[in-house]
Design a protein around this ligand. Structure first.
Ligand code: ADP
Ligand code: MG
Length: 271
């Protein structure tokens, strides 16, 4: 019997449908980063390997200085690793790509530009027609819940609102992957929880793959499908913990025994 021609049904796709497994969006293979310094180099991360599937929400936890930001910069294509490779949908990642958006702890908005003008900036730099750029930015203003604040300057926005602008700006190219480095670190506890819910809403609405660095164990559990835990420097992967809590995540989940058990486990691992 003749085999089905591979160009019609590629094996990998057929298999993906059978198992309903999502494609691998990011693959990190044996990644190490050493920074040059006076005495022989500082090893920031060492021998890290993992895969992130499309539409997964993964949080990275670890002590300060364990290389979490370094990892994110590598995943953003901003930093070349000393050793190992990163693949984005099977292709080696060599430089920043529009399909990968990045959000830092500080919103880093242009102070003289309004919320809308900040969101539109990446499109302006690419000469996207004005009307089209504005339409896309307004859609994102709605998505991140900033309706009515599009003409507000950063100095008149709260920390949470400024971070919403930063998230909208990172989404403006409709990236497949959103990388966030302690995006809510500067916010008070309640705003932080609210922003987490907003992020989950955006993640679900836009079907993104998210990798987020956080210091907060409850935040990591509440948001994630999986939590990666780093050892102290040099950062190695200490634990890759699936979070089998039902979605949508709600306030009650924070008080469930399963949540408490996961928190205890992660606390023990981080030490
Ligand atoms: P984390 O985000 O987990 O706190 P980082 O990735 O920021 O950790 O840093 C890991 C280690 O690498 C730290 O010891 C930090 O001082 C060092 N480091 C980070 N960036 C640089 C750099 N550009 N040059 C030299 N050392 C760096
Ligand atoms: Mg950091």
């Amino acid at each position: 019997m003749a085999k089905s021609p591979p160009e019609v049904i590629p094996t990998s796709k057929a298999k993906a449908t059978e198992t309903e497994e999502a494609r691998v969006a990011i693959e990190v293979r044996n990644l190490s980063v050493t920074f040059r310094n006076g005495n022989g180099g500082l090893r920031a991360i060492q021998g890290i390997s993992f895969c992130i599937r499309e539409r997964e929400f993964v949080c990275v936890l670890g002590p300060s200085g364990s290389g979490k930001s370094t990892l994110l910069r590598v995943l953003a294509g901003l930093l070349t690793p000393t050793q190992g490779e990163v693949y984005f949908y099977g292709e080696p990642l060599k430089e920043p790509r529009r399909e990968i958006g990045l959000v830092f702890q500080k919103a880093n908005l242009m102070p003289w530009r309004t919320a809308l003008q900040n969101i539109v900036l990446p499109l302006e730099l690419q000469n996207v027609p004005k009307a089209e750029a504005r339409r896309r930015a307004m859609e994102l203003i709605e998505l991140v819940g900033l309706h009515g604040f599009e003409d507000t300057l950063p100095r008149d926005l709260s920390g949470g609102m400024a971070q919403r602008v930063a998230i909208a700006r990172a989404l403006v190219h409709d990236p497949q992957v959103l990388l966030l480095d302690e995006p809510f670190g500067g916010l008070d506890a309640l705003t932080r929880e609210r922003m987490g819910d907003e992020l989950l809403r955006i993640w679900q609405a836009r079907r993104k793959t998210v990798v987020m660095v956080t210091h907060s164990i409850p935040e990591a559990i509440y948001l994630s499908d999986r939590v990666l835990v780093f050892t102290p420097r040099p950062g190695r992967l200490r634990l890759d913990l699936p979070i089998y809590l039902p979605r949508p995540r709600t306030e009650e989940i924070r008080y469930s025994p399963a949540f408490g058990e996961l928190a205890r486990r992660l606390r023990a691992e981080i030490g």
